[in-house]
Design a binder for this molecule. Structure first.
Ligand code: CA
Length: 353
């Protein structure tokens, strides 16, 4: 008991020490910032400030991007980051604050991509280079400001990759054709109704499967579940109540909804991961930890890896260039696509193999 107490005491002393360390280093950083104008002689005194606006922190994929961006800028820039909490008005206010603070570069993950023209207006008036990422504004809006660019993915590619995965799955598993009619009876779970990314995934997953030679037949209506796990679970429960045994594939625009579908399936004994349990293949997009886990447990077939880590690194590289007064892609391996203002981070299939 005594030993344990001592160990605890030691641990808390160490933690206090750490806390003291980190707070003193914070103080040092602030102090250095304050003396920058007098020509601070440490490297940190010259650090640029990168303002980052996130559409909402509570998004698994965006969290990956956020952490990667933060890590890539560590020691190279002071990062000011704000959570838009899914509200464009909140994000507009945060933008105003960042501009008034005089950040050197803005990295903006729009809540509503259609509101990007307002961001361009304010950022260009202040002369602050702006990198939009993940949620894509109209190309014309980006082009309207010479110090703006976009870093994201190609919405169509995620859908096409799902279509390729479907083809591979069905070829490898003829038993998935439950009714033996040579067609794939599928259900579709869509993110938001008007989100271009969601629309493209819904459309191109099926189109690509058809282009690959499959016959696709939708069961029921497309279920719009706003990327949300619980909403998708409820919708899938209703789908199963009406069509149990007739669904041969679940296609979801993201892993969050795919996980909801798996919960609904496993509640009635499907996709439990147990040997011999009935199984309906489920595919998603994002390669979240929950999806990777479900794939490893045999509850899910595949997902599409949206490489948040690579995205964060690309944003950081462009931001540091811009803050140094250079062109966004200067000295990097990134290239613009044919719009001339957008960089596309590629997707990859993930099957856990
Ligand atoms: Ca069939």
């Amino acid at each position: 008991m005594k030993k344990k107490f001592l160990a605890l005491l030691m641990a808390s002393v160490m933690m206090l020490g750490l806390a003291a360390c980190s707070s003193s280093s914070d103080a040092t950083t602030e102090g250095t910032d304050a003396t920058t104008e007098e020509g601070g002689d440490t490297a940190s005194g010259d650090l640029p400030t990168v303002g980052v606006l996130i559409y909402k922190y509570d998004d698994t994929y965006i969290s990956t991007v956020r952490n990667s961006l933060q890590a890539a800028l560590d020691g190279k820039a002071t990062v000011e980051m704000q959570d838009g909490k899914g509200d464009q008005a909140t994000q507009n206010d945060q933008l105003d604050v960042m501009i008034s603070k005089g950040v050197d570069v803005l990295c903006v993950n729009m809540v509503d991509a259609k509101a990007a023209s307002g961001v361009v207006e304010k950022a260009s008036a202040a002369g602050i280079p702006t990198i939009f990422f993940n949620r894509e504004p109209d190309t014309e809006v980006i082009k309207s400001y010479e110090k703006a660019c976009f870093i994201g993915t190609n919405a169509i590619d995620a859908g096409k990759m799902q279509g390729d995965i479907i083809k591979d799955l069905m070829d490898a598993h003829p038993e998935y054709d439950l009714n033996g009619d040579g067609k794939v009876q599928y259900v579709m779970f869509q993110g938001e109704p008007d989100n271009p990314e969601a629309i493209a995934r819904t459309q191109y997953s099926v189109e690509q499967a058809v282009a690959n030679g499959l016959q696709m037949e939708q069961v029921g209506e497309t279920q719009v579940c706003n990327w949300d796990t619980e909403t998708a679970q409820k919708a899938m429960e209703a789908m199963l109540a009406a069509n149990e045994g007739k669904i041969e594939l679940v296609i979801a625009n993201n892993d969050g909804m795919a996980i909801g579908c798996i919960a609904a399936l496993s509640n009635i004994g499907y996709n439990t991961g147990a040997e011999g349990a009935p199984y309906v293949p489920v595919i998603g997009v994002d390669a979240t930890d929950a999806a990777k886990d479900a794939i490893a447990k045999g509850q899910m077939s595949a997902t599409v890896l949206q490489d948040g880590d690579a995205m964060g690194k690309a944003i950081a590289a462009a931001a540091l260039n811009a803050a140094a007064g250079k062109e966004f892609l200067d000295g990097t391996d990134y290239v613009y696509d044919d719009t001339g203002v957008a960089v596309r981070i590629p997707y990859a299939p993930y099957t856990g193999e």
